[in-house]
Design a protein around this ligand. Structure first.
Ligand SMILES: Nc1ncnc2c1ncn2[C@@H]1O[C@H](COP(=O)(O)OP(=O)(O)OP(=O)(O)O)[C@@H](O)[C@H]1O
Length: 360
């Protein structure tokens, strides 16, 4: 197994000033699970198609191991792809579908037969083996598609293009679990495309966040969540995402929240003028506390979420999470405190992960 390396890869469907994917460098390490995460139109599929050879990049090079494959087509890259819509031969049985990708060697090599058996086991396909594929449900067909990619021991990577889109919501977790289990069994490089941050964070060893054709950050789910390098990443990841407030850091190290009279003091700021202040909803405390900024304002909206009550206050549209039984209703006036140590400042030049050391 080898790494897949992109050097200055970028793509424009029309001209160079209109990048669908801005040039970037990256190495997909062998045997690692990646997620390409971003909103619709950010360039995920463009990148995936460049990797698979379906699309020729406007600029840059792709290497599989030491081989430059930039101008090689799909067949010469040995990369398997699982699409949104399952690709199976409907007239064949499940077993015939699984054997098909290795049909030339299957009868000859015991190890290929063994691999097919292992794929069947890890994807729990035994009950369906002799069924015609056209009689399968959508999620079963998608498992067969995945199985067809996994049976080949020689692939350099498996690209998964939003494979759960057509799967029933109640089955998604099951399919995701089987994808992860199959990667543990056959440690191949997997690259999952998704716009669902929960899916990316629960699947990947490394998440690559894109927006408007730009790769903004890559890192472990823990790094992406806890040390976002960009306000978009901070806001896109999390449920709800990080609150991002407009601010200015002025001479004299004052932080001014835009459109308000709130002025907060910094003891040692090196940031430029414009900045964003970020804070995760679950870090905001109810009531007044001396270790942070307290804002008093009206509750704009209350929504029950999976982790508690999500409260939005009118001031700056700040969202916070409180326990379900907290007696707060729309229209109430409440104090909320943003603890200094939990605030991240994003500036154009400098990013502070924690303000407590800077606060006077
Ligand atoms: N064949 C094409 N011709 C022209 N523009 C295209 C083409 N395919 C994609 N684009 C544009 O390139 C940009 C990136 O598209 P891409 O499909 O890679 O994004 P994506 O993140 O995969 O989005 P989605 O999640 O909606 O599939 C978008 O602005 C899109 O409109």
């Amino acid at each position: 197994m080898v790494d897949i390396r992109v050097e200055g890869i970028g793509h424009s469907y029309s001209n160079d000033s209109d990048w669908a994917l801005r040039p970037f460098h990256f190495t997909f390490k062998s045997g690692v699970k990646y997620a390409l995460l971003g909103p619709s139109g950010c360039g995920k599929t463009t990148l995936l198609n460049i990797l698979s050879g379906l699309l020729s990049p406007s600029t840059g090079k792709i290497f599989i191991g030491d081989a430059d494959v930039t101008h090689k087509n799909c067949r010469h890259r040995n990369i398997a792809q699982v699409f949104q819509f399952p690709v199976v031969y409907e007239s064949m049985t499940v077993k015939q579908n699984l054997i098909f990708p290795i049909r030339r060697t299957f009868r000859k090599l015991a190890r290929d037969r063994q691999r097919v058996d292992e794929v069947i086991k890890v994807l729990e396909l035994e009950p369906f083996l002799n069924l015609q594929s056209k009689s399968l449900s959508g999620f079963q067909k998608q498992l067969v598609s995945l199985g067809r990619a996994l049976v080949r021991s020689d692939v350099n990577g498996i690209l998964l293009d939003e494979p759960l889109t057509m799967v029933d919501p109640q089955r998604k977790q099951d399919v995701r679990r089987k994808i992860v289990a199959s990667q543990e069994k056959f440690p191949q490089t997997m690259i999952l495309v998704t716009h669902d941050q929960k899916e990316a964070m629960s699947f990947a060893d490394e998440v690559i966040v894109l927006n408007q054709g730009v790769v903004l950050q890559s890192g472990s789910p823990h790094e992406i969540y806890n040390s976002p390098q960009d306000p978009f990443v901070a806001q896109f990841v999390g449920s709800p995402g990080m609150n991002i407030l407009n601010g200015d850091i002025e001479q004299g190290n004052k932080v001014l929240l835009s459109d308000s009279k709130d002025i907060w003091s910094l003891s040692n700021s090196k940031a430029g003028s414009d900045c964003y202040l970020g804070i995760r909803p679950h870090h905001i405390k109810l009531g007044h506390h001396p270790d942070g900024f307290t804002i008093r304002n009206r509750v704009d909206d209350v929504e029950l979420g999976s982790h508690g009550k999500a409260i939005r206050i009118a001031s700056h549209g700040i969202q916070l999470l409180v326990p379900y039984d907290e007696p707060i209703n729309q229209g109430d006036s409440i104090d909320v405190t943003l603890p200094f140590e939990k605030i991240t400042i994003f500036s154009k030049k400098v990013q502070y992960s924690n303000l407590s050391a800077l606060w006077s």
